[in-house]
Design a protein around this ligand. Structure first.
Ligand SMILES: NC(=O)c1ccc[n+]([C@@H]2O[C@H](COP(=O)([O-])OP(=O)(O)OC[C@H]3O[C@@H](n4cnc5c(N)ncnc54)[C@H](OP(=O)(O)O)[C@@H]3O)[C@@H](O)[C@H]2O)c1
Length: 287
């Protein structure tokens, strides 16, 4: 029986490399894309692989709002429900942004927080029934080295006050690690990992950023690795037996390493979890 993966952020950078490597492993992929054009480019690029029989489906949708993320969930479920076993073996939460300036989405949530943290929370929970059907489920959440330099301020979780591009980004990546640890505790049968991809040559820093931030990113990322480098480790984490026992861990270059010491504060992880649930509930009620 072939495995089935769901991959967000599938249209560029680290996500795109993962889609290719998963298909090469003979794993069917449901990819999430936010633009029709990039969806078509993805399908074209993967044609040499899909022509061999492995399957690629693409769900179009926006992960920056709760309501649109729930629509993405419906699209994924629709495809999964048509498969024989209705199961999801691998979920890779890769989509992410970095954003200059404070931007709120239509539900009033800060854009980086909503895209990098809320969508992961929503999608992962929505797919639990499908992951539970797998004999070897794995969930990956892409965090970042920058989380080590982040702190959590419960009075300013979404950075509404004193917004700063780097602070908002690194905090969102810290929240990814808190989420992974708390999820692992609550769902012992669903292995989940925070992935540190290192510095990777992608265009993330050019997309929602000021000219200055974009030029800093261009300079900085020239020292980064190719996206296939972290992707090759991610596919291992998603498939190799050895990682099964490491649920809740932070993994860099395939090795389990310590995350920021504050991510081990269970009270903080729970408090962030409760806040996240509240925000999602409120967002779904907004007109
Ligand atoms: N590059 C690095 O050095 C680095 C380091 C640490 C962590 N990371 C993390 O790695 C992940 C992937 O980033 P990347 O570097 O590969 O950047 P990227 O090439 O810009 O990839 C980001 C992906 O997320 C998608 N995306 C963004 N906003 C979305 C939305 N609202 N709805 C749906 N999809 C959305 C993008 O779609 P489009 O293709 O349409 O833009 C793209 O496919 C991110 O979570 C990032 O924080 C990256």
């Amino acid at each position: 029986m072939r495995k089935q993966a769901v991959v967000t952020g599938a249209t560029s950078g680290i996500g795109l490399a993962n889609v290719e490597l998963l298909l090469k492993e003979g794993i069917d992929v449901i990819a999430v894309a936010r633009s029709e054009k990039k969806k078509e480019l993805l399908i074209d690029k993967m044609k040499p692989l899909t022509e061999t029989g492995v399957r690629l489906d693409v769900v179009l949708g926006d992960l920056s709002q709760t309501k649109s993320t729930l629509k993405v969930v419906e699209g994924i479920k629709h495809i999964l429900n048509k498969t024989k076993d209705k199961q999801c073996d691998i979920l890779m939460n890769i989509a992410g942004i970095v954003s200059s300036g404070l931007h709120l989405n239509e539900e009033g949530n800060e854009l980086t927080f909503a895209t990098n943290h809320l969508s992961v929370f929503i999608l992962t929970h929505a797919l639990i029934p499908y992951l539970e059907k797998s004999s070897d489920p794995r969930i990956l959440v892409v965090s970042s080295l920058s989380h080590y330099r982040a702190s959590i301020n419960f009075k300013n979780i979404q950075n509404f006050k004193l917004y700063n591009i780097l602070k908002a980004y690194k905090r969102s990546k810290l929240y990814n690690v808190f989420f992974v640890k708390e999820f692992a505790k609550r769902n012992p049968k669903l292995p989940i990992y925070a992935i540190d991809p290192g510095l990777v040559k992608t265009e993330i820093g050019l997309k929602n950023t000021s000219k200055l931030a974009a030029s800093i990113w261009k300079w900085r990322v020239s020292k980064g690795t190719d996206a296939y480098y972290p992707a090759s480790f991610m596919v291992k984490v998603a498939t190799e037996e050895a990682y099964k026992v490491h649920s809740g861990s932070y993994i860099k270059e395939g090795k389990v390493v310590k995350s920021n010491p504050i991510t081990y504060h269970e009270d903080k992880a729970k408090r962030l979890w409760d806040y996240t649930e509240e925000v999602i509930t409120l967002s779904t009620k907004k007109e």
